[in-house]
Design a protein around this ligand. Sequence first.
Ligand code: NAD
Length: 455
Amino acid sequence: MKITIIGTGYVGLVTGACLAEVGHDVFCLDVDQRKIDILNGGGIPIHEPGLDQVVTRNVAAGRLHFSTDVIASVAHGDVQFIAVGTPPDEDGSADLQYVLAAARNIGKHMSNFKVIVDKSTVPVGTADRVSAVIADELKARSSSLEFAVTSNPEFLKEGAAVADFMKPDRLVIGHGQDAQGTRAQIMLREVYSSFENSGHQIYWMDVRSAEFTKYAANAMLATRISFMNELANLADKVGVDIDAVRKGIGSDPRIGPGFLMAGCGYGGSCFPKDVQALVRTAQEFGHDLKILQAVEEVNEQQKHVLVSKIFSQYGSDLRTKQFALWGLAFKPDTDDMRAASSRVLIKELLLAGASIVTHDPVAMDEAQRVLALDFVESPDLLKQIRFENDAMQALDGADALIIVTEWKVFRNAVLSEMKQRLKHSVIFDGRNLYDPREVQALGIEYHPIGRAVLT
Ligand code: NAD
């Protein structure tokens, strides 16, 4: 099928590359000339394991194209996926300006029946707004062309996006029940036929329920994390090992083992903004989502948990302290720094006068870009932070190591070498990477999250 993907970011690029991989003819559009130039030059603008091979293979096969040409992009795809960003607006609601701009372009330039697929995470009712924008554009040029707007939220995880897209737990597609909606269902079944044929379940539903399903999924996952973080903070006080508790409850099939790791808060481009947006949608309907408000509040507090532990160890004047900081990205295997816990920690440490030597396997360039924006009013503070290409060298002479991202390479680091390099062998571990017994047996002072019984 001829498919257009509007927005060539984390979701759009993976969607485009993977749909080309299963044989479709895919046109990826972006307004960001820099991204398109990188892609057309054979590069990949984001870090995502395995993505470069899929892109290279499909570009070579002539099934994957990148462009900033809006008119050509509308002409290309019978199915037009909208995968642009939906960042939080000032009040926490999803900012739909990019989605609606994409819709406007489709309405302006389409010349045959189109299926529009909202793949961006959008609040309930967005498909109606997308329809209205397209209908307005068609009316302005007295066109009676038909179209259908559908919802197909994306559940991939950054860091495992290609694998998640190629082997989805499930596909959720919302479509209308009218003639256009039925036509859209037939076309989307064809788009995803190779997935359905290999046993991946598609849940067909109405459009609003599909839109809501994405928020419900992220809200549930965020809730599990905040729930465990809140219990971990109590575990620290009452002398309980939260990791033992995690195993003890996760083995219950009614609970399941996933998303129960305590830590220094969730970040990224999805959970924080999607929880906020759902809370905001509820408020618009005069409804309070009490649990989700607490989930967000707990997470904001949790991003400060390491600093609290550091302050209670050293006091709040850190001018004589140097910390090694491992991990900047909001999670491993990505360079994404959106809402990363490291940003909160760095701000507090620098304001308290500390110096930091930091390392992240892939996110250091992106970190320097976002930190320059975070510190736009106090750029001198950034002189206190140094980016180090070698994780072990970042430890040299530090008063303590702080861990914020659970990269495998950190988990597998040799503790005895770490101890040797640190000036004082102290670790504040925001991701509970190590076995406390092993760390303590080496004479390292260990401050994990919620494992006080062992420290
Ligand atoms: P992103 O910022 O990486 O990419 C969005 C891209 O859209 C950018 O490259 C931007 O230049 C482009 N763009 C903006 N307006 C455009 C327009 N009018 N025409 C063409 N291109 C345009 O964002 P992302 O992380 O890929 O997220 C996209 C959507 O998918 C969001 O709604 C997000 O919530 C959702 N989502 C993200 C993830 C994830 O892990 N990142 C997972 C599931 C769902």
